[in-house]
Design a protein around this ligand. Structure first.
Ligand SMILES: *Cc1c(COP(=O)(O)O)cnc(C)c1O
Length: 375
């Protein structure tokens, strides 16, 4: 009988990421019929992915025995073209999550600090804690660059700053000009990770939000820009994302990469997805049309929402309602949303679904919100 193994201390207080509840779990735990379940919890594209991508992946399905091209030449070339940078400025990962982890592990350690907004993508903190670094957060939920600057000036040892543009889980987005002015004041030894997971949505809604990776490389070689195929491109299940940065930074990040870090089929999917921009733009257009309906819905029922530059909307309730209760009741109806109670907010985050899904969400939500639930 051995005693319980001790692992590295950084793991002691580390939480595991709680992903949005999968459909399979709601079937098992709530006994809801699979066809009645709608998942509006993980910001997936409700319209799926481009048919061109599906066809290309099906065509290549027999190549599963082969490792992918580890240089990822074609995908990097296409991304470089898309963003007007060079291949040597691009790194590909199993989701942009993997690139976040590379960035953090390259720079954060037990002698420095990592700064982020109070309420932002949960993985930033999880990856950072793995390194034994100290986490600093701004006092208010949404990104506020004055707060970032103040903390930055008070701490000489900040190794990494996270800006999520637009921010998940709240949906707000800083203006590009303000971000660049902020970057002007950050030391070249501080890595600034600019997470553009929802940039396709943000720039569709307002050109003032568009961050250009090329500007970053030219002016701010201490920044790492992140993009993903998981959201607008509808390829969350393929795990394909990328980082764009100064070529020296990319060289360092590459040292943290395992060989063949995305699959043969994911690589194919990413390459072909970039050829069907029409699909993406149609989805984004519908997303914002549907979002207007959510905004009106919230106004009519008398609660707040955060103006969103993404494919989700954060609904904020007054004290007489409770977001945990609302989420739980929605779940019993087969509707999965994200409760933001864990962030100290009385709010839920709802991914914008298809028009049909949104109608059903609003029907069920209205009943729950107005307490017209039977039972
Ligand atoms: C979804 C998301 C990601 C990355 O997702 P991957 O599937 O790992 O590419 C990164 N940042 C934010 C803010 C996200 O919402």
């Amino acid at each position: 009988m051995g005693s319980k193994m001790k692992f590295n201390r950084v793991l002691d207080n580390l939480k595991t990421y709680e992903a949005g509840k999968p459909i399979e779990l709601v079937v098992r735990e709530y006994g809801v019929d699979e066809k009645d379940i709608i998942k509006l919890a993980s910001n997936e594209n409700p319209r799926g992915c481009s048919k061109k991508v599906q066809d290309a992946v099906c065509k290549d399905v027999s190549k599963m025995n082969l490792y992918p091209d580890d240089s990822m030449y074609e995908l990097k070339e296409k991304l470089a073209n898309r963003f007007d940078v060079q291949s040597k400025n691009v790194i590909v990962g199993a989701g942009s999550d993997q690139i976040i982890s590379f960035g953090v592990h390259a720079k954060a350690n037990s002698t420095n600090k990592v700064l982020m907004a109070k309420t932002t993508f949960a993985m930033y903190e999880i990856y950072a804690r793995q390194t034994g670094t100290t986490i600093l957060k701004t006092p208010t939920h949404q990104h506020n660059l004055e707060e970032f600057l103040e903390i930055y000036r008070q701490n000489s040892d900040i190794g990494v700053i996270f800006l999520c543009l637009p921010n998940n889980p709240l949906g707000e987005c800083l203006d590009r000009d303000d971000v660049y002015k902020f970057l002007d004041q950050i030391d070249s030894e501080t890595l600034v990770i600019i997470d553009g997971a929802y940039q396709e949505y943000a720039k569709f809604k307002s050109t003032k939000k568009e961050i250009k990776p090329k500007d970053l490389i030219v002016k701010y070689p201490n920044t790492l820009y992140l993009g993903t195929f998981s959201k607008a491109y509808g390829l969350g299940g393929m795990r394909c994302g990328y980082g764009i940065a100064d070529s020296d930074m990319i060289k360092s990040l590459m040292k943290l990469r395992a060989p063949f870090n995305i699959t043969t089929l994911s690589l194919k999917a990413g390459i072909v997805a970039l050829d069907d921009e029409k699909f993406v733009q149609d989805c984004i257009k519908e997303n914002f049309e549907q979002m207007k309906i959510y905004e009106k819905f919230a106004k009519d029922l008398g609660f707040d929402f955060i103006d969103s530059f993404t494919n989700f909307i954060t609904l904020e309730f007054n004290d007489d309602k409770n977001s945990s209760e609302i989420s739980e009741k929605l779940l019993k109806k087969g509707i999965i949303v994200r409760n933001l109670g864990a962030y100290g907010m009385n709010a839920i985050r709802v991914t914008i679904g298809t028009p049909e899904q949104n109608v059903r969400f609003m029907e069920e939500f209205r009943k729950i919100y107005l307490n017209k639930m039977e039972g």
